[in-house]
Design a protein around this ligand. Structure first.
Ligand code: COA
Length: 333
């Protein structure tokens, strides 16, 4: 019996560049409150959000992804022709098939790179980084573009008090490729399908279409339970990611959690006893919760504002519908 050839990649992979696309329509709390009988003060106090961005009709999932990915490639100094794989994490590409990633790979100018979408909701981007790390180290790709992108304004009801003020649109991207030193730590990831119903699309498409007056099946969320799960369980996952990478909170420079809600971020920082020198991403204040896009958007913002610099050690953690979660420590490009 003949044996098969196998390939191995590089010893280490890292994030080589970060990019972002922030859509054009600025939506302050004042534009949200009337439809949900709320107030700017309540929204800021409960979530930290002051304003968010919605995409206009031309700012599609693919267009936002291509723009963020092109920025990430430029920051990484990598040409589109060198890209072997494009991974798009999203739950709001409203075409069941083909994937957004195939169109992004084409419009980005890759030479027919492998391309696929992943559905892990708010945790999708950190799942993508983990896959890309393994691909580069395993030899199936040298350069991988990972995009997190959402147009949640399409699937959020403007009159739902529990979600209308939280969810928003945008895209963030990174390029993962070979690194001389370890720059992406082991992933800690998992899911809790028993809590599948806490955040979900309200109805299956078949039920929607069977209705006499079909309507877009919006996201629904049992906010209180999500809040408790995220605040209590995710700090433990974050600590495991630090332990697996062999670093302590004292070694961290930046904490970049999913921008779900500032109070969840505060609860995690307290539970982890983050020292005061650790800079914490607060992009939610004017970006809202952009699900799969939130971690790369927050990271790009920290780099642009000078809150994160090359060589910094950052903890990424994301969690959401599923319930799915993923965390890893990275060294910034
Ligand atoms: N505006 C104003 N008041 C609101 C409101 C809104 N949008 N939504 C609820 N309220 C009111 C309720 O009527 C209730 O009033 P009462 O005390 O007089 O009865 C009070 O606020 C508390 O309602 P409750 O539903 O228990 O809200 P909450 O304290 O759980 O806060 C969230 C709601 C959504 C802010 C909170 O659950 C949350 O942040 N959850 C996590 C959401 C999240 O981060 N999801 C993303 C994960 S990926």
């Amino acid at each position: 019996m003949s044996t098969l050839n196998v390939e191995s990649g590089t010893s280490y992979a890292g994030i080589l560049g970060v990019g972002a696309y922030r859509p054009s329509i600025l939506v302050p709390n004042a534009d949200i409150v009337d439809a949900i009988d709320s107030s700017d003060e309540w929204i800021q106090q409960r979530s930290g959000i002051k304003t968010r961005r919605f995409a206009d009709d031309s700012e599609t999932v693919v267009k936002m992804s291509v723009s963020a990915a092109a920025d990430a490639l430029e920051a990484a100094g990598v040409d589109a022709h060198q890209v072997d794989c494009v991974i798009v994490a999203t739950v709001s590409h409203l075409l069941q098939t083909p994937s957004a990633a195939t169109m992004v790979a084409h419009e980005l100018g890759t030479d027919g790179a492998a391309a696929f979408d992943i559905s892990a909701a708010c945790a999708g981007f950190c799942h993508g980084v983990s896959l890309a790390n393994d691909m580069v180290r395993g030899g199936s790709a040298r350069y991988v573009v990972v995009v997190g992108v959402e147009r949640l304004s399409d699937i959020t009801s403007r009159t739902d008090r529990g979600t209308a003020f939280i969810f928003a649109d945008g895209a963030g991207a990174v390029v993962v490729g070979p690194s001389d030193t370890p720059a992406i730590g082991p992933v800690v990831w998992g899911s809790d399908g028993e809590q599948y119903d806490l955040i979900r699309q309200k109805e299956d498409w078949r039920d929607v279409l069977a209705s006499d007056s079909p309507e877009m099946p919006h996201l629904v969320m049992r906010g209180n339970e999500v809040f408790r799960w995220a605040s209590f369980s995710m700090a433990k996952i974050a600590q495991q990611a630090l332990d697996r990478a062999g670093v302590s909170v004292d070694d961290l420079d930046c904490f970049v959690p999913h921008q779900a809600n500032n109070r969840i971020t505060d609860a995690m920082a307290r539970a982890m006893k983050l020292p005061s020198h650790v800079r914490i991403a607060r992009d939610i204040v004017d970006s809202g919760n952009t699900s799969a896009a939130s971690v790369p958007l927050a990271l790009e913002r920290m780099i642009r504002d000078g809150d994160a610099k090359s060589g910094d050690v950052a903890l990424l953690i994301a969690f959401g519908a599923g319930l799915a979660y993923a965390a890893q420590v990275v060294t910034l490009p």
